[in-house]
Design a protein around this ligand. Structure first.
Ligand SMILES: *Cc1c(COP(=O)(O)O)cnc(C)c1O
Length: 631
């Protein structure tokens, strides 16, 4: 690894957030590292080129299998360590909440790699239950059913117990128990039950509303007492083996984790004293990812590591149980984000740029309006103490010239020259502010004039949380990291929506409104990587403007600087997305055919043109919704 490369690339703060998963090669490429060994890193731009040669082009959702394996191992190792240190006598049984990433490739890998840990699944709906029942889990793994359930859901869940699944039906309401009670009697089986408790403790972060007594999920203290009475009355008390709580995702502050676990333990102790034969304490999800690498209790960061998280939980549970003289329960967590977020990288290519500066100077001409000469005169005092004044003046003169154009007092030629003069001055301002010591205010004004780099992606399809909840992901160019980036850009997507852009970035010195990027070169791909996108993004994405799923490729690293393709799913074709919105692509084609045929009859197109037109329509139907490589 070359030192220069490291230094330049660290503008992006990747040494803060990369978590040992990526590195920079001596050619300045961002590279994937196998976290479990010291084998040569794999250049990401080379992966993209190699995939493109095979006809799999950007945008690509790239899953890196060893990254997934590592998160899984880390979680389990962290619990083992915590158990050893606190002499805990129970075990850990993690489950993966299917909603966090339902893609078959991911679930299959998790159940396969998870078998050694007796890793199970958590489902929150009937479709997710069907997914779980189609996996072969370890006989000791748990299958936890959360969420609102109807009779069909409960029926299937109870039946699955006969097949050897350790299915636990977590009661979310008193009403749900009545359905369970009826079906269990009909089937004459003893169901295994859990109860979801609504804690009074609240947490900070984006999912605050999932916690506290206004949470829509779970039973309040009052309901819990009613439920136990009902369980006693029906003789089902001995079915209650698990207590569940969930505070919401991405809990930023370890103090909240500890406080909530303490309250959960109080419920566990009380329920046990009331006669419930509880064995599992399920503490839900919430284990966060440090997307910014800042290590602080912020919406996109966390002030703890996975080891601290596990140590805090285990210690809290151990003390609470020892105080109450209760057996140490099996600790369950439903850590979804932690397990999958880091395992995927979304990569897209830049199609072009709209630059907000111009190095070409404009000269004053005879008869120019005086406002244009005033604008051009600003250049004389850019350097030095009058920088701010110069910027104010330039903006003023430009705006006055635009006003003259609107009133019909100057022509388009002059307006265009004024716009170019302004862009020229902007490049001078950008250069001058870099030299300025106290350029804070000016830099801020200049962020209004950063470039747009147009990316071949849909924010709504591939990064929905960036749009909906201002999720920050580490984002950076994948190449030329040994070269100083000379421009700053906002990334725009190819939807026709002004919301379709990324304008918040994680950088080494905090978050910024623009991403440092390199000047684009003709005929050379420029890839941008969005990291840690393995959780929640894929199925939350939507078909805005009918941009469909991108290509998805799962790779493993071969230990010699290369990679193997483990799995590949082609992105949606246009015909597929049309059918999602209820068009029949064949009908569309035949209508188009008729229209073309009519034009032939009317002599507007000839037979050869007809052939190309139909072929173009057909090719498009079978093609990707994104821009092709030749566009
Ligand atoms: C969404 C969800 C999870 C996953 O939370 P993460 O923060 O992604 O680990 C776990 N349990 C329940 C009940 C959930 O709804």
């Amino acid at each position: 690894m070359k030192n220069d490369a490291q230094v330049v690339s660290d503008i992006y703060g990747f040494s803060l957030w990369s978590d040992g998963l990526v590195d920079v090669t001596d050619r300045g490429d961002l590279a994937l590292r196998n976290p479990s060994d010291d084998t040569p890193p794999v250049s990401l731009p080379q992966v993209m080129d190699a995939l493109a040669q095979r006809g799999i082009s950007a945008p690509i959702q790239l899953r890196v299998q060893p990254f997934l394996d590592r998160s899984l191992a880390r979680l389990h190792d962290a619990f083992s360590d915590a158990f050893r240190e606190t002499k805990y006598r129970g075990v850990y049984r993690g489950v993966f909440p299917v909603k966090v990433n339902q893609q078959s490739d991911v679930i299959e890998r998790l159940t396969e790699a998870g078998r050694a840990y007796h890793f199970g699944l958590e489902v929150g709906s009937k479709p997710e239950l069907l997914i779980a029942l189609a996996q072969s889990l370890s006989p000791e793994a748990l299958l936890i059913c959360n969420g609102a359930k109807d009779a069909a859901f409960i029926h299937l869940a109870i039946l699955s117990q006969k097949l050897g699944f350790n299915t636990i039906i977590v009661l979310e309401s008193l009403y749900e128990f009545e359905i369970v009670y009826r079906i269990a009697q009909e089937l004459d089986v003893r169901p295994t039950l859990g109860v979801r408790i609504k804690l009074t403790e609240t947490v900070t972060g984006k999912w605050q509303a999932s916690s506290g007594d206004r949470s829509v999920f779970g039973l309040s203290a009052l309901d819990v007492v009613k439920l136990t009475a009902r369980l006693e009355e029906t003789g089902f008390m001995d079915c209650l083996v698990l207590q569940h709580t969930h505070l919401g995702s991405q809990v930023p502050n370890i103090m909240d984790v500890r406080r909530a676990a303490t309250e959960a333990c109080r419920f566990y102790v009380e329920l046990s004293r009331m006669g419930a034969p509880l064995q599992h304490l399920d503490l839900g999800g919430g284990l966060g990812i440090d997307y910014t690498g800042e290590r602080r209790p912020d919406e996109n960061s966390v002030n703890y590591t996975v080891n601290e998280y596990c140590a805090n939980l285990v210690e809290t549970v151990r003390y609470a149980m020892d105080d109450a003289g209760i057996e140490h329960p099996t600790i369950v967590t439903e850590s979804g984000r932690f397990v999958v977020a880091q395992s995927a990288i979304f990569v897209f290519n830049i199609l072009g740029a709209t630059l907000y500066d111009n190095l070409e100077k404009v000269e004053v001409q005879e008869g120019d309006h005086h406002l244009l000469s005033d604008l051009l005169a600003v250049e004389a005092y850019i350097d030095g103490p009058r920088l701010q004044e110069a910027l104010n003046d330039a903006i003023y003169y430009r705006d006055e010239i635009r006003a003259l154009f609107r009133r019909g007092q100057i022509d388009l030629q002059l307006l265009a020259r004024a716009e170019q003069a302004f862009l020229y001055l902007l490049s001078r301002f950008k250069a001058a502010s870099k030299l300025e010591e106290n350029a804070g205010q000016i830099d801020e004004q200049l962020t209004g004039f950063v470039d747009y780099y147009h990316g071949n992606f849909s924010l709504f399809q591939s990064l929905p949380d960036v749009w909906a909840i201002d999720q920050l992901h580490p984002i950076m160019p994948l190449q030329r990291l040994d070269e100083e980036p000379t421009r700053s850009a906002i990334l725009t997507d190819i939807t026709c929506d002004s919301d379709g852009k990324i304008d918040q970035f994680v950088l080494a010195d905090g978050t910024a409104g623009a991403l440092p990027v390199h000047e684009l070169r003709d005929g050379e791909d420029y890839y941008i990587g969005v990291f840690f996108v393995g959780a929640y993004q894929e199925t939350l994405g939507d078909l805005h403007n009918l941009f469909g799923d991108p290509n998805v490729v799962t790779i493993s690293l071969d230990g010699e600087g290369g990679f193997d393709i483990e799995h590949e799913t082609e992105g949606d074709t246009i015909a597929q997305v049309l059918s999602y919105v209820e068009y029949d692509p064949q009908d569309c084609l035949s209508t188009f055919r008729k229209t073309v045929e009519k034009a032939v009859k009317a002599g507007k197109v000839n037979a050869a043109e007809r052939r190309t037109m139909i072929a173009a329509y057909k090719d498009s139907l079978a093609g990707s919704t994104y821009f092709g490589t030749d566009s």
